[in-house]
Design a protein around this ligand. Structure first.
Ligand SMILES: Cc1cc2nc3c(=O)[nH]c(=O)nc-3n(C[C@H](O)[C@H](O)[C@H](O)COP(=O)(O)O)c2cc1C
Length: 163
């Protein structure tokens, strides 16, 4: 199997698109993520894959809380905004409210999970953040965005190791 086959077949794995928002004291940030899934019923655990070079990783490691905000197909601008590295005042463009853990929740998301970090696992060039879900809300009905809807927005075609 060639590298192109691997990349294209990986795109067939179904992912949603989320804005994961983190907080440590007064510091807040958020980033777009696709690699997230439920991993336990009891307790309810969800994990997501995060690049340890992201600013959000450091806030999550220190603050230990986050929200996972589900985007609709109409929210491509939000996926792009929070997926763009190096933006100043990144949190100012959209409305937030404080979730139970204190982490910011995106008011206009389809819904969100409010989470406490349990632990990180090593996963190649990323870390898996395993989080306990402590609260959740659905804000409205909408068709959710799929990772495949975003094309190469994350620039991932450049990120695979060349052969
Ligand atoms: C559609 C899309 C999906 C993404 N999925 C992930 C992901 O699952 N994990 C990750 O660490 N970064 C992912 N990214 C990249 C981050 O969103 C991006 O690097 C962001 O700027 C990091 O923000 P920060 O450094 O302010 O924390 C994705 C980006 C896009 C556009």
């Amino acid at each position: 199997m060639s590298k192109v086959d691997i990349e294209e077949t990986l795109k067939l794995i179904t992912h949603g698109v989320y804005v994961i928002a983190v907080k440590n004291g007064e510091l807040e940030n958020a980033f777009t993520a696709a690699w997230a899934m439920q991993v336990s019923f009891n307790p309810v655990l969800i994990c997501f894959s995060i690049n340890p070079e992201h600013y959000s990783y450091h806030l999550l490691e220190a603050g230990k809380v986050c929200t996972i905000n589900v985007l609709s197909k109409q929210q491509m601008d939000i996926a792009q905004h929070f997926g763009t590295p190096g933006l100043k005042d990144k949190m100012d463009c959209y409305e937030w409210r404080a979730a139970t853990t204190g982490a910011p929740a995106l008011t206009d998301a389809v819904g969100f999970l409010d989470c406490k970090l349990s632990h990180f696992c090593d996963a190649g060039d990323h870390k898996l953040a395993v989080c306990e879900v402590v609260d959740a809300a659905i804000n409205r009905k909408a068709e959710v965005m799929l990772y495949s809807d975003t094309g190469d927005m994350d620039g991932s075609s450049e990120l695979y190791d060349s052969e």
